[in-house]
Design a protein around this ligand. Structure first.
Ligand SMILES: [Zn+2]
Length: 254
């Protein structure tokens, strides 16, 4: 009897899903075209995305503008040579440009949180090397005031999706943003470094959580790397063995 009810329930949910899909079809968050499921984007939006690939800086992951693919694996960009970052490596799935900006901003500011699922799959692909040796996934934290206004931490949702996919544990609460920093959209590198200075901390009671751990720090967009670098500095000072950085998209200056 119970199996009959179970089959009937599944069948009813299937029919309801079909009806709902007919009445309210899933739409691409960039173009508005009808797509098969809410996590998908249209072919037109997909064609605009620039997935990053080698050759790139072994440290920060910025792609090199060279036609020859035969570039040394360990080549490091001039910026990382001049100012070595605290993190080991940073990788991103997409170039942050006109093709990806709408998608990322709709996720970050437009409540399109379901996009964390495909984003995390793209990040897992781009950051496989980083995730292979990771003990813990940690998102860049939001200050509690920003969390109230935005209602969700976009980096934490990505970290949770990545954790579900990779089975690597995630910790979304032990690493804190204790200073409410100003939005960094129009700041240069120097201003960003100043803005995020002393913005993050690990309460003493949480320090054993990061001790000896290889951490993958997750964020939505890697711009100058100032935020990621400050986070890495604090996590290393709290005993982390290494910090690598993985984001959905990154700006490319060179
Ligand atoms: Zn670099």
């Amino acid at each position: 009897m119970s199996s009959k009810w179970s089959i009937l329930k599944k069948y009813s949910m299937y029919i309801m899903g079909k009806v709902l899909n007919f009445l309210l079809p899933a739409r691409c968050i960039v173009t508005g075209d009808i797509v098969e499921s809410t996590e998908m984007i249209s072919a037109e939006a997909w064609a605009q995305l620039d997935f990053l690939s080698a050759p790139f800086c072994a440290k920060c992951g910025v792609p090199f503008q060279v036609l020859d693919n035969d570039v040394e694996d360990a080549l490091i960009c001039t910026y990382c040579l001049d100012t070595p970052p605290f993190y080991d490596k940073a990788r991103a799935a997409l170039r942050y440009d006109d093709g990806s900006r709408g998608l990322v901003l709709a996720y970050k500011h437009g409540d399109k949180t379901h996009m964390a699922i495909p984003f995390s799959l793209w990040m897992a692909n781009a950051g496989q090397e980083l995730l292979d040796g990771a003990d813990l996934i940690v998102p860049v934290p939001l200050h509690w005031k920003r969390l109230i206004t935005r209602r969700y931490n976009q980096a934490a949702l990505l970290a949770q999706c990545l954790s579900r996919k990779t089975k690597i544990p995630v910790d979304t609460t032990s690493f804190k943003r204790t200073k409410s920093t100003r939005p960094q959209g129009h700041m240069n590198m120097k201003e960003r470094c100043k803005n995020v200075g002393s913005a993050f901390s690990v309460p003493d009671v949480n320090k054993n959580i990061f001790e000896g751990k290889n951490i993958v720090l997750v964020d939505d967009v890697f711009t100058t790397g100032a935020t990621a670098n400050e986070c890495a500095k604090v996590l290393l000072a709290s005993g982390a063995r290494s910090v690598n950085v993985l984001s959905v998209a990154r700006t490319v200056y060179i």
